[in-house]
Design a protein around this ligand. Structure first.
Ligand code: GLU
Length: 409
């Protein structure tokens, strides 16, 4: 059971078993509502033509419009998008947002394309999907390889068909109706849940050693905000390499280095080492904030952290999860740990629909309140059932979606 899609299904089935969900309803809950795969024919700047495959998997809409990011990466394929779409359904349900789940993407390497080519590709993706997305249908957002600028192009292309409708996407630039606090939101949520779980263990965040895999939007904001809480960021890795400093890295200086060189490799505020070792670095809190399937049966036995906070989607395979569980390591599951991003996406959508922007303090305050409430729900359930936080999160989410589905069927 190594594929990401099988792993996502496995966690769902465990929860469905615990909740006694019958086979007909199970089938309804795992089957995506709609899956779209299409060819994107892109004229390159040099006059040649390239083709790419685009996707949108709309997994479930029982609790509201479908919601989830668009990923531009060479690893994008049907199974990855389908797995991520189902995770969005459970994620929005865990934090009790009035949404379902979806995910999309294009199998491409945006770093090999010019800005104009990425813009054209984004517009092609939107042209293929404009009839099946919308504020009350399916609301895309950024993910790996996409950002606020990508969302601006989606919104602009959607407008050609339907008129200017900012609530069709979230994670937009502020000047186009984006929300203050959205860019940092996933990292801010990661910081909240890290503090909550440490507080439960009677450990202050001050002086805790944190290792982070990935220094993109989520990893870098998590590092910055945890450092601001006086945690020590002792190791960071990305695709270019890894850097460690047992006394704590200067995260702002590291961010500056990444800005100017494109990666963490070569940063002189610490010792360079192989990124492969990051997950087994000595630390108190390990934050995988990159891609799926990195904590496996092979390395989970060597993890030195007491707490793993899954900032990435699907970083732990079921076998890796079993090993971490048997070793008594606390895992904060992805569908809760990284839900800060979609939570502030929801605030952005609300602001767009009400045509009323919020102050950043309100965004951050409501995010903190939602994460704190969801954590209380999860830890109560975990205490009541004797399960771990992942079982509790899936049970809470699957229960909510199952009830909504039953009411609508
Ligand atoms: N791509 C992010 C995630 O995986 C955000 C999704 C959203 O805001 O809709 O949660």
């Amino acid at each position: 059971m190594d594929s990401f899609l099988e792993a996502a299904r496995y966690y769902f089935e465990r929860a469905a078993d615990g909740l006694d969900v019958g086979s007909r309803l199970r089938r309804q809950l795992v089957t995506p509502r709609r899956e779209i795969r299409f060819e994107c024919i892109l004229p390159l700047d040099n006059g040649e033509i390239a083709t790419f495959t685009g996707y949108r998997v709309q997994h479930d809409e029982a609790r509201g419009p479908m919601k989830g990011g668009i990923r531009f990466s060479p690893e994008v394929d049907h199974d990855e998008v389908a797995a991520l779409a189902s995770l969005m359904t459970w994620k929005t349900a865990v934090v009790d947002l009035p949404y379902g789940g979806a995910k999309g993407g294009i199998e491409c390497d945006p770093h090999q394309l010019s800005r104009r080519e990425v813009q054209r590709l984004t517009r092609i993706w939107t042209d293929q999907l404009h009839d099946v997305i919308g504020p009350n249908i399916d609301v895309p957002a950024p993910d790996l390889g996409t950002n606020a600028q990508t969302m601006a192009w989606v919104a602009d292309q959607f407008a050609l068909h339907h008129g200017w409708t900012p609530a069709v996407v979230t994670g937009k630039p502020i000047d186009l109706g984006g929300s203050l606090g959205r860019e940092a939101a996933t990292g801010r949520g990661v910081t909240h849940v890290t503090k909550l779980v440490l507080a439960d263990r009677g450990e202050p965040v001050t002086g805790r050693k944190v290792a982070i895999q990935g220094f993109g939007n989520v990893g870098s904001w998590s590092a910055r905000l945890l450092a601001a809480e006086d945690a020590l960021i002792v190791a960071v890795s990305d695709v270019t390499g890894a850097v460690r400093n047992p006394d704590g890295l200067d995260v702002d200086a590291l961010a500056g280095h990444v800005e100017s060189t494109g990666g963490v490799s070569g940063f002189d505020g610490g010792e360079g080492f192989s990124g492969d070792e990051l997950l087994v670095e000595p630390c108190d809190v390990l934050i995988p904030a990159a891609i799926e399937g990195v904590l496996t049966a092979d390395n989970a036995g060597h993890v030195q952290a007491g707490v793993v906070v899954e900032a990435a989607n699907g970083p732990t395979t079921p076998a890796g999860d079993e090993t971490l569980r048997s070793r008594g390591i606390t895992v904060v599951p992805d569908i809760f740990a990284n839900a800060g991003g979609v939570t502030v996406s929801y605030f952005e959508w609300v602001q767009n629909i009400q045509q009323q922007p919020w102050a950043e303090e309100r965004v951050n305050g409501e995010l903190a309140a939602r994460m704190t409430k969801a954590y209380a729900d999860l830890s109560d359930r975990a205490a009541a059932t004797g399960g771990d936080l992942r079982d509790a999160a899936y049970q809470l989410a699957v229960g909510r979606v199952a009830r909504a589905t039953t009411l609508r069927t």
